[in-house]
Design a protein. Structure first.
Length: 139
């Protein structure tokens, strides 16, 4: 997939000590996306209790986050999509996907579809399938 230049999918890997716990909202979002994702997404629900958010922030200012499974090395580069949906409407239409790398949950990325990538993470009730992305019937 194409990503704007300012929107880096992966940054330098910081020390694990700087990681933080997921917020309740992030836990709910991960749980929802895995529970409604691809066929192999649900097997990653077991990693949720061990999941941490790394200090990495996307240079474009969006709300994409990277994960690290506690006690494991940082997930290596590489993106395996586990769930991929959209949220927002019109100029705020955005895509969001959760991904793994080598069987470790690796992050959530947001992508602006009509404008800049959003600076917040959506709640589960905001998420819609790609077939409902634009209402144009092209999906
Ligand atoms: Zn970004």
């Amino acid at each position: 997939m194409s990503v704007p230049d300012t929107h880096a999918t992966h940054g330098p890997v910081p020390p694990a000590a700087a990681n933080r716990a997921l917020t309740e909202a992030e836990v709910g979002l991960v749980r929802h996306m895995l529970g409604n994702g691809n066929a192999d997404a649900q097997q990653y629900l077991g990693q949720l209790d061990l999941l941490e958010v790394t200090p990495w922030r996307c240079g474009c200012g969006c709300s994409s986050i990277d994960f690290q499974v506690r006690g494991r090395p940082p997930a290596p580069a590489g993106v395996h999509i586990l769930g991929d949906v959209v949220f927002g409407t019109g100029d705020d239409l955005a895509g969001i996907f959760i991904f793994s790398s080598q069987s470790m949950l690796s992050g959530i990325e947001v992508v602006g579809l009509t404008g800049a990538a959003p600076s917040f993470l959506p709640s589960p009730d905001m998420l819609r399938p790609w077939s409902d992305a634009a209402g144009t019937g092209t999906g």
